[in-house]
Design a protein around this ligand. Structure first.
Ligand code: IPE
Ligand code: IPE
Ligand code: MG
Length: 223
């Protein structure tokens, strides 16, 4: 079975660079190249939805210099890849609190979202995203409407609204934690951790994760 929705925590760019005696930003550039390739590979395997964790709300505490380099890379990604994503029938959107990012980034995101709208396959890039913050925002929206929610209507109020729940969650970079990613959406996701730093995570590694996923038995609490 191919997972319908794959989510990836793209971690380890900084360590990849430090090991090569390069500035952390060089690791982010290498990570961005890897992300570009992986997006194509993922959808070519039959995955329909993909959510990539590119910047957490908590990452906004990092030094200005590193953030500025990341912002430039995000803009570059959306500006450069939009046409190619459209060609691949992939619609892209950003999730997270874009108001926390410079306008240059949100403008690039907006343009890419517009250009790729209607694509059959769905890519979500999480920027300035926090799972808890997203849950609280959805709760506040429900309260403001005075509406009681069900798990389904609540899911539709999250920033991932419209996407099915996560089937396979991959984290690169050795750490074994969620770091505030998709707390509601990944409730029953299969977890796969790779020791590889993100810039070293190849299509072969992706295929290993997909093969392992196919072997897993998902019971969802049943027997
Ligand atoms: C992941 O790589 C990318 C972002 C969080 C922006 P890191 O920058 O966290 O890399 P490490 O974990 O320090 O190696
Ligand atoms: C998680 O990585 C966020 C992204 C990959 C975008 P972090 O490097 O921020 O996670 P922690 O701090 O090790 O938990
Ligand atoms: Mg990290």
């Amino acid at each position: 079975m191919i997972p319908r929705h794959v989510a990836i925590i793209m971690d380890g760019n900084g360590r990849w660079a430090i090991r090569r005696l390069l500035p952390r930003t060089a690791g982010h550039r290498a990570g961005m190249q890897r992300m570009t390739e992986l997006v194509r590979e993922i959808f070519s395997r039959g995955v329909e939805y993909c959510t990539l964790f590119a910047l957490s709300a908590e990452n906004l505490q990092r030094p200005r210099e590193e953030l500025d380099a990341l912002y430039a890379l995000f803009s570059e990604y959306f500006d450069r890849e939009a046409a190619r994503l459209k060609e691949g029938d992939i619609s892209v959107r950003a999730i997270g609190d874009l108001s926390l990012l410079p306008e240059t980034v949100s403008e690039s995101v907006r343009a890419a979202e517009e250009m790729t709208a209607g694509g059959e396959k769905k890519l979500a890039v999480a920027l300035a995203y926090g799972g808890r913050q997203d849950l609280v925002a959805a709760c506040n929206r429900a309260v403001a409407k005075g509406e009681e929610v069900t798990p389904e209507t609540f899911a539709s109020m999250l920033s991932t609204g419209g996407m099915p729940e996560v089937d396979l969650l991959i984290r690169t970079g050795k750490e074994k934690r969620l770091s505030n990613f998709l707390l509601f959406e990944a409730a029953y996701a299969e977890l796969w951790f790779s020791d590889k730093l993100f810039p070293d995570f190849t299509a072969r590694d992706l295929d290993r994760a997909l093969a392992e996923y196919a072997r897993r038995e998902r019971r969802f609490g049943n027997i």
